[in-house]
Design a protein around this ligand. Structure first.
Ligand code: ASP
Ligand code: MG
Length: 453
C-alpha cells in the first residue's frame, strides 16, 4: 500500500477534495489495501489561525473572532458541498466542536494577553484537525470506507512546541495501535499532517510545512511501498522555472541529489522532512493532484540508474561573497579557524567556500550580522564584500564518474565571469558563483548543454 499526503492546495476547496477522492479510489483499486491518507490544512488556514492567535494575544477580540467566523463559514460551506448526505450531521457536529473550542481559546487569550507556544500549537493544529475530518467524511460519502484517525494519537513528540521532534519508538508503537488496525480492517485511515502530541497528550506541531514529515512518519509506521506527496507542481524540474522558460521534469533522483538541490534553493522536498522514509529506504514520489495521470518525480536511495551526468540545476539569488585575505600572509596556520569562529559567533551559515594559501572566499545568504562579521574579520584580515551575486549549481550522482562534466560546465559558461568555482567532496555538485545579472543567461546555457533533446 501507499501513503498519500495532500498539501494545502490539494484540499483547498470541494473541487480539490473531489480530485483527492478519485486519486484515493485509484490507489485503493490498484493496491487492494489502503491507502493511508495524510492531509494539510485547507490552503491559507494555518496562516489564518496564527493571525487569530496573534490578534487575540494583542487583545483584539473583534478582529480575532471575526476571522474565526470566516474560517467556520469556509469549512461549513465546503462540508455541505462535499457531504450532502448521511455523513453531514456528524461532520457538522465535529466542525462546530472544533470551532467552539477555538472560540474559547481566543477568549482566554484576549484575557491573558499572552500566547504561549503550547497554546499556539493548540490553535495551529486546528487546520489539519478540521481538514482531516472533512476528507474522512467526504471519502465515506463517496463510497470509500474511511476512518478519521486523531494524529495526536498516532505521532508522539517531545515538548518543543511549534517545532516538536517525533519520538520514533513511541510513534511506531502508537501507529500500530491507531493507523495499522484501520488498514487491517480494509479501510482508509485519514490523518491531519503537522499535528502530534507529547507523551502526556499535549498537542504539538512539527513546524511549518510539517505535513510532509507526517506523511513520511506514517509511511514508516505502516511499512508503505511508496510515499506520495500530492501537490500543485508536476514534480522536480531540471531548472528554476522563474529563471528559464522551459525546464523539464526530472523523472527520478536520489535522496542525496534531492538534499543538494533543496539546500541550493530548488523547490523540492527537503530530505530532512522525509528522513523517516530515507532511513527505511521508502521511495517518495512528488505528484500533481491536478494532473494525476503524470508520473511525477520519484526520489529513491539509488536514484536513476542511467541518464544525464547532471540531474538538475538549482540557483540561489541574493548571495553575498566575502573575500578574506590574511594580513599576515604566508603560513598563517589557524587562519581558517579564526575566520570560521567569527561566522559561528554571529550564527551565520556559510554556503560555499574556496581557499588559496592566503585568502578564503565564502558566500553567505543571511546578511543580518554581516557588518559585525566584517568588523571582527578586519582585526586580522583584509575583507572585501560583494553583494548581488548568485549561486548556480549542477547536481548529479553520476558527476563523480564523469570527468568531462566539470570542464563542460566551465566551458559553457565561457563568457560569464565566474567569481568562485567549487566541487565538494561529495562530487555530486559543481557550484559556480557569478553576478546576479548573469544568472538567467548562465542557467539557460547550462540547461541547453545538459538537457537539450
Ligand atoms: N498547514 C501547515 C503549514 O501551513 C503544515 C503543512 O501544510 O505542511 O505549515
Ligand atoms: Mg505545505
Amino acid at each position: 500500500m501507499v501513503v498519500q499526503k495532500f498539501g494545502g492546495t490539494s484540499v483547498a476547496d470541494p473541487a480539490a477534495i473531489r480530485r483527492l477522492i478519485e486519486i484515493v479510489r485509484a490507489a485503493r483499486t490498484r493496491d487492494g489495501r489502503g491507502p493511508a491518507v495524510v492531509v494539510s490544512a485547507m490552503s491559507g488556514v494555518t496562516d489564518a489561525l496564527l493571525a487569530i492567535a496573534a490578534a487575540a494575544g494583542a487583545g483584539k477580540d473583534a478582529d480575532a473572532l471575526g476571522r474565526v467566523t470566516q474560517l467556520r463559514e469556509r469549512h461549513h460551506v465546503a462540508a455541505r458541498d462535499l457531504v450532502p448526505g448521511a455523513e453531514l450531521p456528524a461532520l457538522t457536529r465535529h466542525l462546530d466542536q472544533q470551532f467552539d473550542e477555538l472560540t474559547a481559546v481566543v477568549k482566554a487569550l484576549v484575557v491573558l494577553r499572552e500566547v504561549s507556544p503550547r497554546t499556539l500549537d493548540v490553535v495551529a493544529a486546528m487546520g489539519e484537525l478540521l481538514s482531516s475530518r472533512m476528507v474522512a467524511a467526504a471519502l465515506t460519502e463517496a463510497g470509500i470506507p474511511a476512518d478519521w484517525v486523531d494524529a495526536r494519537r498516532a505521532i508522539v513528540t517531545n515538548d518543543d512546541h511549534t517545532r516538536a521532534v517525533p519520538l520514533m519508538r513511541e510513534t511506531m508503537a502508537a501507529m500500530r495501535a491507531s493507523v495499522v488496525p484501520v488498514l487491517d480492517a480494509g479501510r482508509v485511515p485519514v490523518l491531519g499532517g503537522f499535528v502530534a502530541a507529547t507523551i502526556e497528550g499535549h498537542t504539538t506541531t512539527l513546524g511549518r510545512g510539517g505535513s510532509d514529515y507526517s506523511g513520511a512518519i506514517v509511511g514508516a509506521g505502516t511499512d508503505a511501498a511508496e510515499i506520495q506527496i500530492w501537490t500543485d507542481v508536476d514534480g522536480m524540474l531540471t531548472a528554476d522555472p522563474r529563471v528559464i522558460a522551459a525546464p523539464r521534469l526530472v523523472p527520478q533522483l536520489s535522496f542525496k541529489e534531492a538534499a543538494e538541490l533543496a539546500y541550493f534553493g530548488a523547490k523540492v522536498l527537503h530530505p530532512s522532512t522525509i528522513l523517516p522514509a530515507v532511513e527505511r529506504d521508502i521511495p517518495v514520489r512528488i505528484l500533481n493532484s491536478r494532473k494525476p495521470e503524470g508520473d511525477g518525480t520519484l526520489i529513491t536511495a539509488a536514484g536513476a540508474a542511467n541518464g544525464n551526468a547532471v540531474t538538475a540545476l538549482a540557483c540561489k539569488r541574493d548571495v553575498t561573497v566575502v573575500d578574506i585575505t590574511s594580513s599576515r600572509m604566508l603560513m598563517a596556520y589557524g587562519f581558517l579557524r579564526q575566520v570560521f569562529e567569527i561566522f559561528e559567533r554571529f550564527t551565520t551559515a556559510v554556503d560555499v567556500v574556496t581557499t588559496s594559501e592566503v585568502s578564503v572566499s565564502v558566500t553567505v545568504d543571511d546578511r543580518r550580522h554581516l557588518e559585525a562579521i566584517v568588523e571582527a574579520l578586519r582585526a586580522f584580515a583584509e575583507v572585501c564584500v560583494e553583494p548581488e551575486m548568485a549561486l548556480l549549481c549542477a547536481v548529479g550522482d553520476r558527476l563523480r564518474n564523469d570527468p568531462e562534466t566539470a570542464p563542460r560546465v566551465v566551458r559553457v559558461l565561457e563568457e560569464v565571469p565566474l567569481r568562485m568555482i567549487s566541487q565538494a567532496a561529495s562530487r555530486r555538485n559543481i557550484t559556480v558563483i557569478m553576478r546576479q545579472a548573469d544568472l538567467p543567461h548562465a542557467m539557460q546555457r547550462l540547461h541547453e548543454e545538459f538537457f537539450a533533446q
